[in-house]
Design a binder for this molecule. Sequence first.
Ligand SMILES: Nc1ncnc2c1ncn2[C@@H]1O[C@H](COP(=O)(O)OP(=O)(O)OP(=O)(O)O)[C@@H](O)[C@H]1O
Ligand SMILES: [Mg+2]
Length: 534
Amino acid sequence: MDFLDAMRNEVRRLNDFHASGRVIALHGTTVEIHGLERFLSMGDLCALESPNREQPLSCEVVGQNLDSTLVMPFGELNGIGVGDRVTASFHEAVIYPTEHWLGRVVGARGEARDRRGALPIGDEAYAIRAQPPAAHLRRALGEKILLGVRALDAFAPCCRGQRMGIFSGSGVGKSLLLSMIARRSQAEVIVVGLIGERSREVKEFLERALGEEGLRRSVIVIATAEEPALARRQAAWTTMAVAEFFRNAGCEVLCLLDSLTRFAMALREIHLAAGEPVTMRGYTPSVFAELPRLLERAGTGIEQSEDAETSQNHSQNHLQNHTQDNVMGNITGVFSVLVEGDDPNEPVSDALRGILDGHVTLSREIAHRNRYPAIDILQTVSRALPNANSDEDNALLADARALIARYQEMEDMIQLGAYRKGSDAQVDRAIAVVPRLEKDFLAQGLDDPPLEFHELSALLSNILQGQESASKTHKPTAKETAKSSEDNRQVDSAGKEDAAVEPSLESTQGASQKTSQEISQETSQESSQETWVG
Ligand SMILES: Nc1ncnc2c1ncn2[C@@H]1O[C@H](COP(=O)(O)OP(=O)(O)OP(=O)(O)O)[C@@H](O)[C@H]1O
Ligand SMILES: [Mg+2]
């Protein structure tokens, strides 16, 4: 966008005239005003002025009838009374992001929330409630992006432009999993929205999870739990607007939102205050209409710049007229979802599972066993599969899933000692493989480094073949184990006996194990001089 375009946009945003009304009633979290019915419509902004307040209080229209308008404030209603003056402003909420926002903490309305002074102002206004790119112009999902969490990268890989949800009840590890992703992922730019979180969690996320280095490539948008519902809702929109800015600049953006449920709860609060009827669990119908509107803004970008212009002509929002020469990036989204009451069928989780392109389920039972991240592999789905993987990798995953499923079916009998070894080859193999899969693959410390995709496949293949990886005295790092696997594969491909296969497996090699060994041989990599002895 050149200077003249920017000026044009700004002039368009100026008020043509001023109009004012008066407060006629206060109802809990909403204010009823009279005199602006002809000028304001849903979603417009206005300002409440009171002799008791130093600053006007910004509000948004949430309802209207013939002779009054219902507005909700972006702050505390302290000091506001009947008769106070209200002025209308006739522009939509916008922010002016720039690349200098990287490393900064931003509030719901694009204001600085760290101690580093005012935020730099970009050239272009971004509407916080923009339209997504036109569906038919968006490109297909890109290649896999490394999120840095082994269980996810292997079992639910995420592609560029994909939108994944992390689902669990309270306190099972959603936020810590998101913080692992923020720190470990390969993304160029990360935009994090912390919506309705406790202040303590925000501080921990910034200082412990991201750290200096992570913060340098991130913009953090926050609206904590005590902020008004409008601010919490707006923080989610602002997060998307910042992500859209970086996407339009051609960056591969990772957008993390913690949590979508708190966004839905903020919507519920606003809609209920405006008198909307209630459906399931107190949620109003508009909540379920708003969720896809937010989530569709994440996803793949538009391939060609001509297409980009065409799509923006389709957009109703003139402020979104981003002419650009470079190719748009993608917004890959990972959003946490609180499953209320651990009920997977509660309405928000149910709706979101349908909207997102994949869901990661965290299990309380796994967390109780102290295996973190507590990802339940069998309840986790990435809709990028099977296309995102090679046939060999898909066969490895199918083998691992089948073994985990068999182990779970038989777990009680195994624990009770009621299962007799040798009765079922698949169960014998599951007993040999699954505990190690849990310990050496699915469990990952917050500071454990990520593995590349080929290293993950090698490690998984190694574990599925039951190859020993650890001596009694040395617990290898995941990297070492993956390395060992690659070396073992070289041994395999040289046609030698696999000495590391557990004895218990010798008599129980089922068809699926053969498959993984064959796969391992087929996919064996170039030889390396280093060796690691299990
Ligand atoms: N990867 C992990 N390693 C060790 N402990 C973990 C891990 N993930 C979660 N925990 C434990 O679980 C607790 C809750 O984690 P977290 O705050 O991430 O859960 P949550 O699902 O985001 O909770 P809420 O629903 O309240 O937001 C942590 O305080 C920690 O004790
Ligand atoms: Mg949390």
